[in-house]
Write a protein that binds this ligand. Structure first.
Ligand code: NAP
Length: 256
């Protein structure tokens, strides 16, 4: 267990043996690192997304008998039934990670140039999807369960030429914090984790990899500690993970 190189801030022996985590978006850039770290901590992991090809590629890269994959579309009409069947198959979930994102087809565009169709598509892909996942999945988490949404700094900052993405980031931050407040002390623990730049496969392919960025697996190490309850941030609903060396923090980074 814990064969990943652990950052200095991490606990050496996070053990999730016997726990089951669902990672929606598990074949995505950040999701893959999260899946790796949860597997490394001993969890069974179910990686979900719309593309069976991407999920198969993930499985062949990670090659773990504790990794399961499933096709799941957050916007599908039958999402609730699909989630119920999945929860029955896996005996419920101890943790759910929502790592879902879409940049849409509009490219970089000034806010007021967005068409109605582009606006609707961005809201559906990044906001309605998250709400529908929460509504379907929270009933399948026990009171000791954990739900995490991964989000970006555009939840807090203006994001010129990507206004549709930024507004949905801000909206889902609100959604997650509201859910955390509603369930505080009596339901699964709900976390909003806002990330800085993460080094992903897509960034490498695009030639914009930045070695100062956070590794997806480092995000996953933080989430594993939240699930285990060993993170010093276990009691805080809002986290920022922007500074690779410092690790996750309960406060927003200082900005010039
Ligand atoms: N990459 C970064 O540097 C970075 C930085 C800060 C924050 N983040 C946050 O990290 C999260 C993930 O970002 P990412 O970079 O990993 O994006 P990504 O590589 O595009 O991955 C997104 C994942 O979401 C899945 N997905 C999209 N729509 C879905 C739907 N309707 N139903 C089910 N699955 C769906 C995609 O799989 P399918 O297409 O197969 O469905 C994909 O696996 C986002 O919340 C983002 O804000 C990322």
């Amino acid at each position: 267990m814990n064969t990943l190189t652990l950052p200095a801030w991490a606990h050496p022996h996070t053990d999730l043996t016997g726990r089951t985590a669902l990672v929606v978006g598990g074949a995505g850039g950040v999701g893959e690192g999260v899946v790796r770290a949860l597997l490394d901590a001993g969890a069974r992991v179910v990686a979900a997304g719309r593309s069976s090809t991407r999920l198969d590629e993930l499985a062949s890269r990670l090659r773990s008998p504790r990794l399961h994959t499933t096709v799941l579309d957050a916007l599908a009409e039958d999402l609730d039934q699909a989630v119920s069947a999945l929860a029955a198959e896996h005996g419920g979930f101890d943790a759910v990670v929502v790592s879902v994102a879409s940049w849409g087809d509009q490219g970089r565009k000034p806010l007021l140039a967005l068409t109605d169709a582009e606006w609707d598509a961005l809201v559906a892909a990044n906001q309605t999807s998250v709400f529908r996942l929460y509504r379907a999945l929270v009933p399948h988490l026990g009171v000791d369960g954990v739900l995490v949404q991964l989000n970006g700094l555009s939840a807090d900052l203006p994001f010129p030429w990507a206004g549709g993405v930024a507004l949905t980031a801000a909206a889902t931050k609100s959604l997650t914090r509201t859910l955390a407040a509603e369930l505080a002390g009596r339901g699964p623990r709900i976390y909003e984790v806002i990330l800085g730049v993460v080094r992903t496969r897509a960034r490498q392919f695009a030639g914009v990899d930045d070695p100062r960025g956070i590794e997806g697996a480092e995000v996953g190490i933080h989430l594993a500690e939240l699930v285990a309850g060993s993170s010093p941030l276990t009691g805080a609903a809002l986290h920022y993970f922007v500074d690779k060396a410092a690790g996750p923090s309960g406060s927003a980074p200082e900005r010039p």
